[in-house]
Design a binder for this molecule. Structure first.
Ligand SMILES: [Zn+2]
Ligand SMILES: [Zn+2]
Length: 366
């Protein structure tokens, strides 16, 4: 048993730093010493889901111990965690849809022993719980960082959710072709990752749309070729859509990605694409919205993109390769780092839109 400190929610949005005891990894499990954890909007949602949770699902660190029957991992390996944890053999895994895995591996709750004054034993966000000094996860959650990669733990951890979702949405979900025109609505961490993915895909035109000038400046640094400063009076971004059409030979873009998580803009990508084009809902809006079906005219496609259809065993290697080649900026996206104790400030700054990406630097990574 080791003592662990973790950021824990009470189910109603109140967070605190709590201590518990973590058991040694058992069959197929791995003990990770966490070095960095990204702060993602989904953590904020998890903190309000009526049950206490150890937060965090973007983690990078070092393998501290392995249980029996763990292949391909050794103590000291630098790793990043993925929340798909695909079994590899179920209906969806066989069809290459790993984030939809029906048997995603998890670690039994008994591995974590809470103090006796703890009323409800917290669950573990995404089976990872990365806002902690250590965690025990299933080996399917662990991806080795290539030994020749110079990526820092800060840069590596953000690939675990936001960067993978953005880049994967371009390369896997939409499979953007070379020479395409691409619109990105919302230039936070996921939107900036879509822009970088579009650049990797060699899109000819990358049009970035955001309310904030500083985010549009970043969008240009990451590869946007055109930017549109949106304003809140532009309902459904229809004025922006007229401008997008003008920029794309009067037809509309080949692809448009919604990365802003604003329900009123759920249909905005449909208004910006050409006939036969593809709109991608990346942010995962989970509300009822009204959509004018004429926006689908003609032959337009709308797809959602869970975790960028990530295949962990291939895609993290790809991201770290692109990072090594200078095609994927990771460390630059981390605009602020915090201590584990400073978690509240990290969440406040995320909600105010101050950061492209905030990271909790943990352990010797401080
Ligand atoms: Zn599976
Ligand atoms: Zn996330």
């Amino acid at each position: 048993m080791i003592d662990v400190q973790a950021v824990v929610s009470d189910g109603h949005g109140v967070l605190s730093l709590r201590q518990f005891s973590l058991g040694a990894p058992e069959r197929g499990e791995v003990l990770i010493k966490i070095m960095a954890s990204g702060v993602c909007h989904t953590d904020w949602d998890v903190a309000r889901c009526q049950w206490p949770f150890i937060l965090g699902h973007e983690g990078a660190g070092i393998v501290a111990a392995v249980g029996p029957e763990v292949d391909n991992l050794s103590i000291g390996d630098r790793v990043v965690l993925n929340w798909a944890k695909p079994c590899g053999t179920c209906y969806y895994c066989e069809r290459g849809l790993k984030p939809l895995c029906e048997n995603a591996a998890d670690v039994p709750h008994e591995r974590r022993q809470w103090p006796s004054d703890c009323e409800q034993n917290p669950a573990v966000a995404f089976g990872l719980g990365t806002m902690a000094t250590h965690t025990v996860v299933a080996q399917e959650a662990v991806c080795k960082i290539p030994e020749n990669s110079s990526v820092s733990f800060d840069g590596a951890c953000i690939t675990g959710c936001g960067v993978m979702t953005g880049v994967g949405s371009v390369l896997r979900t939409a499979a953007v072709e070379k020479g395409s025109s691409v619109v990105v609505i919302g230039c936070g961490a996921v939107g900036l990752s879509v822009i970088q993915g579009a650049k990797i895909a060699e899109a000819a035109q990358i049009i970035a749309i955001d309310l904030h000038e500083n985010r549009l400046d970043m969008a240009q640094q990451y590869g946007a070729t055109d930017v549109w400063h949106a304003n809140r009076d532009d309902i459904g971004l229809r004025q922006a859509a007229v401008w997008v059409k003008e920029q794309t030979n009067g037809r509309g873009a080949d692809y448009a990605f919604e990365c802003c998580a604003v329900p009123a803009l759920a249909d905005a990508p449909l208004a910006m694409i050409r006939n036969g084009g593809t709109a991608v809902g990346v942010s995962g809006i989970e509300e009822e919205v009204t959509v004018d079906m004429r926006l689908f005219e003609w032959d337009k496609t709308f797809i959602t993109s869970l975790y960028g259809r990530c295949n962990p065993s291939e895609d993290f290697d790809r991201l770290f390769h692109e990072h090594s080649c200078g095609n994927l900026l990771l460390e630059e996206m981390v605009t602020h780092r915090y201590t584990l104790e400073d978690f509240q400030q990290a969440f406040d700054d995320m909600l105010s839109g101050k950061n492209a990406k905030g990271v909790l630097a943990i352990g010797a990574n401080l």
